[in-house]
Design a protein around this ligand. Structure first.
Ligand SMILES: [Zn+2]
Ligand SMILES: [Zn+2]
Length: 343
């Protein structure tokens, strides 16, 4: 099969590799669409230690079943499917509590780190365990289904700290996850849905997805603006989708007393923490990692038009052009959100 292989840091080849052989509990999926994730782009230069060459990256995919292992039941060749980006074991203490995203033996497709190497979906074929598969609703295009993973991350975050009716909610960061959050929150009964980012094109998309107030934090005092919009009280909830000191601190500072922040972004491993402010204002902080069973809800919402994948896709391109698109994303070309490759 053809695959886009990360041969060395920042160096790709679209080349012939052996077809993956599905194990007894695995399904072979002919990949029709696979999105390039920010974690792939950050990881390709070696900075995260989670994309060690050689590796076939790609964990946001959809396709058609091309073959099934000997113990697979309930899945057949020709079915349209997507799959969880995370392979969970189903056996550990966390899986048995339903916390599959926190599995002790968690492996992410398209990741190679100190502990494992799991080839992903920037390839014509990928083998995945049957227990992470989901059927695609009729009429949901492969390219749109490939975006179910970032939407599931957003839905999981909203489920960590769901708004109550008419809450003032702030989303800090309008990248892929931030914009998926805005879409999910706009369905969740917020009163004010305030979005802060430094890019005006992303803020314009947020408005299209239901944001009621936009703050360009490169030109405005974001904290002051949020306090003005909330009668000086602060927001009930904040969702942080960047993960650097300034944005984490904004997400905490903009809350009312007793408010809650859900932290998703984590591009920096550590930040300064406003201890006294959190303690004396009785703030609640939630971490939110990946997703925990939100795929079926997301697929349903995408299929009935409650979530919108199309406006988040900047380009769809053949797998052979993958290296060039990775390069454009790596150089942070303005205006690019999700790029979907078609093997
Ligand atoms: Zn991803
Ligand atoms: Zn487990």
């Amino acid at each position: 099969m053809k695959a886009l292989v990360l041969k060395a840091y920042k160096q790709f080849a679209c080349e012939d590799v052996p077809d993956p052989a599905p194990g007894p509990d695995e399904v072979l999926v002919a990949v029709k669409a696979c999105g390039i994730c920010g974690s792939d782009v950050h990881g390709m230069d070696g900075s995260t230690g989670r994309r060690r060459p050689p590796i076939i990256m790609g964990h946001e995919a959809a396709g058609v079943i091309a073959g099934v292992g000997s113990r697979v039941a309930g899945w057949a060749a020709g079915e349209r499917v997507t799959f969880d980006s995370t392979i969970y074991c189903g056996q550990c203490a966390f899986c048995r509590r339903g916390m599959i995203n926190l599995c002790d033996r968690r492996r992410v497709l398209g990741v190679s780190c100190e502990d494992y190497r799991q080839n992903g979906a920037f390839a014509e074929l990928v083998a995945v365990p049957q227990h992470i598969l989901y059927r695609l609703p009729d009429g949901l295009a492969f390219e749109h289904a490939a975006l179910v993973e970032p939407f599931a991350i957003a839905l999981h975050a909203v489920r960590r700290a769901p708004p109550t009716l008419n809450d003032a909610v702030v989303v800090v960061g309008a990248g892929m996850i931030g914009l998926a959050l805005v879409q999910a929150l706009s369905q969740a009964g917020c009163g004010r849905l305030i979005v802060a980012d430094i890019a005006s094109d992303r803020l314009a998309l947020a408005a299209k997805f239901g944001a009621t107030h936009l703050i360009n934090s490169s030109t405005e005092d974001a904290l002051g603006a949020i306090l003005r919009l909330t009668q000086g009280l602060g927001a009930d909830l904040a969702f942080e989708a960047v993960g650097v000191a300034a944005t984490v601190n904004l997400a905490l500072a903009c809350l009312r007393k007793g408010g809650a922040a859900t932290l998703i972004g984590n591009v920096t491993p550590k930040t300064e923490f406003p201890l006294q402010s959190v303690v004396t204002r009785e703030l609640t902080i939630y971490g939110s990692c990946a997703s925990q069973g939100e795929y079926p809800a997301c697929l349903d919402m995408l299929a009935r038009g409650a979530l919108h994948a199309a406006p988040l896709i900047s380009a769809t391109a053949p797998l052979a052009e993958g290296a060039a698109w990775f390069d454009r994303l790596y150089r942070k070309e303005p205006g690019l959100l999700k790029v979907v490759l078609r093997p």
